[in-house]
Design a protein around this ligand. Structure first.
Ligand code: FAD
Length: 396
């Protein structure tokens, strides 16, 4: 038997670390190059849906994730400043039974820590932090990766493949695959964490809450392991008005003493704005260089599926890189298996942006649909999304 295949991954984010674990299980040698000094604390809450959770459970992370996540009982939907929810979508047991895995929420940094701790236990995974840049050269069928390690040592390797999991502003995509720059979507996310006491008599903190308004929507869910509540408020901002990001609060004027007013008061000037960009490109690979995660298909977070798609990507790509005769073959098969699904999820996410921000009278029709679908209708309609089995797809 020869030496195991070596796969380089650019980026120790959710997609890159999940791929490292999935490849290591096939006995491959994995090197992850990350420009940050450690796994990043950046960001806040993430909803991890059943389709993603099944992959993480398959990597043996079920207990570690359960210990750091929370499974809300449902999603309360409040359109247009209603006092009572118009509908509560059933999560909890209903999701577990329907899709065979829970729907959980957790802090992004906790998920990264779970993935990185698991990676540290594999002798065949090296995660190298503080690698400020890397270069790739292709000559015939040979790919050469060059980088400078944090101790100043020059690294030159000829791996089987390099996977760009380097996020929405991926240089793997723009520099080596002639792919497009990420595009501003016209939407800004405002994120905050507050103490549960600040909201315990405003919202049911055993559930996720979704507040819909013509100009914005707000998603709120508890992160008990951080003793915090996660808020993500999404506004529409023209590109020329992005100076708003110098402020620490969105331009929203709620009705006095309303639920929304109390939620906004709980955060004050404590918001962190984040410009939302997306990536749409049919070119996910060239030769031995390929893309996964946001690098390939960053999307609006309005179906809470960006990270989930990166996690699925990892499960599908790993067996292909382990067994295909060439990296190019593996990446072509990967694109054939994944692009249609990812495009569909991108479209659903973008369309949710329009639905969530509908003004009167369209909002009346939307509310009617939400009510008539019932507590489980949403998940029946999206069975294709949450019921997907990425591990089986990768074996197909
Ligand atoms: C407000 C908001 C809410 C969201 N909510 C959800 C949700 O509920 N559920 C969900 O599934 N998704 C959600 N998402 C989307 C999710 O956060 C992203 O899709 C996901 O984090 C992308 O993971 P990734 O690993 O592809 O990229 P990233 O997380 O961006 O990781 C890329 C990594 O590559 C590194 N890197 C970049 N360039 C280089 C380089 N040149 N060399 C080396 N390393 C490099 C970066 O430092 C980083 O560590 C949300 C997004 C936002 C903005």
């Amino acid at each position: 038997m020869g030496a195991p295949r070596t796969i380089y991954i650019a980026g120790a984010g959710i997609a890159g670390l999940t791929l490292a674990l999935a490849l290591a299980k096939f006995g491959l040698h994995v090197v992850v190059l990350e420009r940050n000094e450690s796994v990043s604390e950046f960001g806040a809450g993430l909803q991890i849906s059943a389709n993603a959770r099944k992959v993480l459970d398959g990597l043996g992370l079920s207990e570690a994730i359960a210990a750091k996540s929370f499974a809300p009982e449902g999603i309360d939907i409040f359109p247009d400043a209603r006092e009572k929810p118009l509908q509560t979508l059933a999560l909890g047991k209903a999701i577990q039974t329907r899709f065979g895995a829970p729907y959980a929420v957790m802090h992004r940094a906790d998920l990264l820590e779970v993935l990185h701790s698991a990676a540290r236990r594999f002798a065949n995974i090296d995660v190298v932090f503080s690698v400020s840049d890397f270069t790739l050269e292709i000559s015939g069928n040979t790919l050469t990766v060059s980088a400078e390690d944090p101790d100043g040592k020059k690294r030159k390797a000829k791996p089987f493949a390099l996977v760009g999991a380097d996020g929405v502003r991926s240089v793997t995509r723009t520099r080596y695959l002639d792919g497009p720059e990420a595009r501003y979507t016209g939407k800004v996310a405002w994120r905050a964490l507050v103490a549960p006491e600040a909201l315990s008599d405003v919202l049911d903190l055993n559930r996720t809450s979704l507040l819909l308004n013509p100009d914005f929507h707000l998603v709120v869910y508890p992160l008990p392991h951080r003793n915090a509540v996660n808020l993500a408020l999404f506004t529409q901002e023209k590109e020329r008005d992005l100076s708003i990001l110098d402020h620490r609060a969105p331009r929203i004027t709620p009705r006095k003493d309303s639920r929304l007013a109390r939620i906004l008061e709980s955060v004050g000037e404590g918001w962190t704005p984040w410009v939302l960009s997306s990536v749409k490109t049919p070119i996910w690979h060239k030769g031995a260089i390929g893309l996964i995660g946001d690098a390939a298909h960053a999307m609006l977070p309005f179906q809470a599926q960006g990270a989930a798609m990166g996690i699925e990507d990892a499960a599908v790509l790993a067996p292909l890189l382990a067994a295909s005769p060439s990296a190019e073959h593996a990446f072509s098969r990967f694109a054939a298996l994944r692009q249609e699904r990812v495009n569909r999820v991108q479209e659903v996410s973008a369309s949710n942006g329009k639905i969530f921000h509908m003004g009167f009278p369209l909002s009346l029709a939307r509310n009617l649909v939400i009510r008539s679908e019932g507590p489980e209708g949403h998940f029946k309609r999206l069975g294709w999304l949450y019921g997907y089995d990425a591990i089986q797809t990768g074996k197909s």
